[in-house]
Design a protein around this ligand. Structure first.
Ligand code: DOR
Ligand code: ZN
Length: 348
């Protein structure tokens, strides 16, 4: 029998991760902390994390929930609001509490009601961030209900992001979870201070997956999955070797009953499957030699952090995704692609 194909890469980091809190945090964290060295932790808790004291306390709860032996480092973010003070952000960054600031347009997605109503209202904070080199992480979708849900990212780029980059040309920006050929082209052609995270679902699935044989709530996330031409352009860009794309799973757990509901929550809990899926897509594109840069090198380079020193090995061996996992308080969470068989596993 021939040897199974293997690939060893520097330990990846997850530059966009939702860990939630309480028993959900305790349940989901180990799936990230066993494979990733660091994670950029999203601040959209209820209530959102805006003050440094709240952010420090949340980081402590994450560290307390880490299984013995896991070296995972949470990198914390603050939730930008119209009333955010530039001084608090800058001192939080200088004191090493914050790694970045997250901009949710108000009402764009889960727990974003306290997000930003207009760029104008946070301009002084963004100016201060530009000066200090604090990265701004953007959920890039317009929220006007009159705009088609599939067009919201492209519209955001044209009407908000490009004017912002013109006004603040040195601001470090990560356009999060990009989904369109518009975003792919922007990053490929863009300046060194504009990068993007890419989720596994947006390069693995197109929007047909939302409706395959019926409504598929576990494939529903925001930004929503796009048409095949977008998925394909994005995949080509990400596997091209451009160093301004990096791994951000946007793993976003919700209890099963909140997903399988008349008004289901957006979010794919992909912490178990993300690395297998990235490997599968890079392999399909004949670009496995570019996988490590995407998972483990481009992100630290953008954040000016060292690359992790240890490694993980992916092996071309089937992985059957569990149907569900349980929290200690008896809530069921359904992983992304539950029950399906993937081509790559992580050697443990
Ligand atoms: O699908 C999503 N889920 N997109 C987001 O932007 C937020 C996330 C969540 O927090 O559930
Ligand atoms: Zn997210």
């Amino acid at each position: 029998m021939s040897e199974l194909k293997k690939i060893t890469i520097k330990r990846p980091d997850d530059w966009h991760l939702h860990l939630r809190d309480g028993e959900v945090l305790n349940t989901v964290l180990p799936y990230s902390s066993r494979d990733y060295g660091r994670g950029i932790i999203m601040p959209n808790l209820v209530p959102p994390l805006k003050k440094m004291a709240e952010i420090i306390a949340y980081k402590d709860r994450i560290l307390a929930a880490l299984p013995a032996g896991h070296q995972f480092k949470p990198l914390m973010t603050a939730y930008l609001s119209d009333d955010t003070s530039a001084d608090e952000i800058i001192s939080g960054y200088q004191n090493g509490i914050l790694s970045a600031v997250k901009l949710y347009p108000a009402h764009a997605t889960t727990n974003s009601a306290h997000g930003v109503s207009s760029i104008q209202s946070v301009l002084p904070v963004l100016e201060a961030m530009q000066k200090q080199g604090v990265p701004l992480l953007i959920h890039g979708e317009v929220t006007d209900p009159a705009i088609d849900v599939f067009d919201r990212e492209a519209r955001f780029i044209d009407t908000i992001l490009l004017p912002l980059m013109k006004a603040l040309p040195e601001l470090k920006v990560v356009l999060e979870h990009v989904t369109t050929q518009d975003a792919a082209a922007l990053i490929l052609e863009g300046p060194h201070n504009l990068a993007a995270t890419v989720t596994p679902q947006h390069i693995f699935l197109n929007r047909n997956a939302l409706f395959q044989g019926g409504l598929r709530p576990h494939n529903y996330c925001l930004p929503i999955l796009k048409k095949e031409n977008h998925r394909n352009s994005l995949t080509k860009a990400v596997t091209s070797g451009c160093d301004r794309f990096f791994l951000g799973t946007d793993s976003a757990p919700h209890p099963k009953n909140s997903k399988e509901s008349a008004c289901g929550c957006a979010g794919a809990f992909n912490a178990l499957t993300a690395l297998s899926l990235y490997a599968q897509v890079f392999e399909q594109e004949n670009a496995l030699d570019k996988l490590e840069a995407f998972t483990s090198i481009n992100g630290p380079k953008f954040y000016q952090l060292p690359v992790n020193t240890d490694s993980i090995t992916l092996i071309k061996q089937q992985y059957i995704v569990p149907n569900f996992i349980m929290t200690a308080d008896d809530r069921e969470i359904v992983p992304f692609l539950a029950g399906e068989t993937l081509n790559w596993s992580i050697l443990r």
